[in-house]
Design a protein around this ligand. Structure first.
Ligand code: BES
Ligand code: ZN
Length: 583
């Protein structure tokens, strides 16, 4: 038995998945998806080990209806349950009838009250890194790509969307069947769907935005620039390979800022600030269309290949759209987040390497800004070493060479060795790849706007703040000492109304320092916010700030209890982990 991926039961010596036909019925009352997964492999004959989690397997047959032998293993932590199917000689297809469990880790079932409209329920999936197995039994490793077709049955009053090409929708009585197909091979973590009361607005010839009807107009305004973004991205990275680039704005419990599901990026509604100041998240998810969805990490141990390259690409797009000054601010905020992530991992420093070893570690627990921002800095260091024109040529080569493949860090390094001889030595690559923390001499963002803010330290009032973008505010707030003097907090709040900041990034940066400085209004605001949004990027620092002080720890525990049901399973687990860990 030869494992390809520490997070999957997949055995390389066995047949490999090629295509999935998914026939699924969404049952809101029962909070389950009843489905048939027809999996075709590259060959027939012999055992195939699939990944499952909390699936109730009803039957496994061959394409002709003949019963196939199968065995469902015991639940294992992190991995889930192995489903071993025995394919008879000459049979390359298994038909698995099953239904999802009530705790399916990829799914979030929302009550109508948890949506903007308040009338219809909502369901969405979030499969990265290893949650696809709770929705479909398959070889849940990014090493083995699949194409798929799907028929999704939903209540006729709702829309069922998939991150794939739309085929048609047909209504039969009180149900509608929406059919989709994904002809480009994808890693299983990019399998995605959502069901709800959804409307759309056109954004350009290749894009539209979907959201609940009461949100869609704001969403269309926020993301009006997406077509220009797509054009800029293609100029930088080559033709877009996925046909359409549509967006879906989810209800506020969505645990991430964005998720690069192919042809249909999922987004948090916290991006809807009205001023387009957070569209870098869209640039980021769009960039994954090249770095991540075309060239994918082989396993979660190489996750930085997805995210480091994507942050790099995101900031190249941003440079074209908003200029280098803005990029410097973004990079500076990124560096602050990186330093914080490294500090948070002081008891698990191996997780601050770019290439990690995650045998026995849940990818959700290993998640941090390290692969993003340290990965970005490593690529910036390479760019500085060889110059931009050479590095741009290399990027194109990388995307071309590994199209629709899943690669390891070693395969990247080999390509750098041949394409950019001497570059790895010039930046001391092993120190980045397998070393801990941030190497000394890492590239530092420079710009005049950034330097003006950095020079301020805790100056009150901060000179020039009236004209600041949300990004200058973040740089300023993140560098304030914790705790800061109570008078500074009060003065800042009175003058700039930070507890009422409309931009969630600024608000959370403010609340984390204000809570740690004992500023009472911030505690109340945090309590409200924790009940309203489920984005982990906000939950984690807010809970951590409340936990850090004995005066508010009890409140953190109470909020976690009160709001747990509102959070996605993944986010609830993240909050639990923080509470267990303590201050
Ligand atoms: N693919 C990630 C989200 C993700 C990572 C989901 C790991 C599950 C496991 C997505 O592209 C992402 O990085 N989102 C960021 C956006 C930011 C870096 C601009 C986020 O959600 O904050
Ligand atoms: Zn990403």
């Amino acid at each position: 038995m030869a494992r390809l991926d520490p997070h999957s039961h997949t055995d390389v010596t066995q047949p490999r998945q090629r295509h999935l036909s998914w026939n699924a019925e969404v049952d809101f009352a029962g909070r389950t998806v009843q489905a048939t997964a027809t999996l075709r492999f590259d060959r027939g004959g012999g055992a195939v080990d699939l990944d499952t989690r909390d699936l109730e397997i009803r039957s496994v047959t061959g394409p002709d209806g003949g019963v196939l032998r199968f065995e469902l293993g015991p639940p294992e932590p992190i991995l889930g349950q192995r489903l071993r199917v025995v394919l008879p000689a000459g049979v390359d297809t298994a038909v698995i009838r099953y239904r999802t469990g009530s705790e399916a880790s990829a799914l979030q079932w929302l009550e109508p009250e948890q949506t903007a409209g308040g009338k219809a329920p909502f369901l969405y999936s979030q499969c990265q890194a290893i949650h696809a197995r709770s929705v479909v039994p398959l070889q849940d490793t990014p090493r083995l790509r699949i194409t798929y077709d799907a028929a999704l049955s939903v209540p006729a009053g709702l829309r069922g969307l998939m991150a794939a090409g739309a085929v048609d929708r047909s209504v039969q009585g009180d149900r509608a069947v929406e059919r989709y197909r994904m002809d480009e091979p994808i890693p299983p973590y990019l399998f995605a769907f959502a069901v709800g009361d959804l409307a759309s607005r056109e954004l350009g010839p290749r894009s539209r935005v979907w959201a609940e009807p009461s949100v869609v107009v704001r969403a269309a305004h926020e993301f009006a620039g997406v077509d220009g973004m797509l054009t800029s991205a293609e100029a930088l990275f080559g033709p877009y390979s996925w046909g359409r680039f549509d967006l879906l704005v989810l209800p506020p419990s969505f645990p991430y800022g964005g998720m690069e599901n192919p042809r249909l990026t999922f987004l948090t509604p916290t991006l809807l600030t009205g001023d387009r100041s957070l569209v870098n998240v869209v640039a980021h998810e769009l960039s994954h269309s090249w770095t991540g969805n075309l060239v994918s990490n082989a396993t979660a141990e190489d996750f930085w290949l997805n995210e480091g390259f994507t942050v790099f690409a995101e900031r190249r797009i941003l440079e074209v759209l908003e200029g280098p000054e803005m990029v410097a601010l973004h990079a500076a905020v990124g560096r602050q987040a990186l330093d914080e992530a490294v500090a948070n991992f002081r008891d698990r420093p191996t997780l601050t390497r770019l290439r990690t070893q995650l045998q026995g570690v849940d990818p959700d627990d290993a998640f941090s800004q390290v692969p993003y921002e340290k990965g970005y800095l490593f690529l910036r260091a390479l760019e500085e070493a060889v110059g931009r024109p050479a590095f741009d040529r290399f990027l194109r080569r990388y995307m071309e060479a590994f199209r629709f493949q899943s690669i390891t860090t070693e395969e990247l390094l080999e390509l750098v060795r041949t394409e950019l001889p001497g570059a790895l030595e010039a930046v001391n690559a092993p120190r980045w790849i397998d070393g801990e923390g941030v190497p000394p001499g890492a590239p530092v963002a420079r710009s005049s706007r950034l330097e003006q803010v950095e020079a301020l330290k805790a100056q009150m009032p901060p000179a020039g703040a009236e004209g600041w973008s949300p990004w200058e505010w973040q740089v300023y707030l993140n560098q304030l000492p914790r705790p800061s003097p109570a008078e500074l907090m009060t003065a800042l709040d009175e003058r700039f109304h930070l507890t009422g900041a409309p931009n969630p990034e600024v608000l959370v940066a403010w609340l984390t320092v204000a809570i740690r400085s004992g500023h009472a209004p911030a505690v109340q605001r945090a309590e409200d916010l924790l009940g309203q949004v489920g984005r982990m990027k906000y939950l984690k620092p807010l809970y951590a700030a409340l936990i850090a002080s004995p005066g508010t720890r009890g409140l953190a525990e109470a909020c976690a209890r009160r709001y747990r049901k509102r959070y996605h399973v993944i986010a609830a687990a993240g909050v639990e982990a923080l509470l267990r860990k303590g201050p």
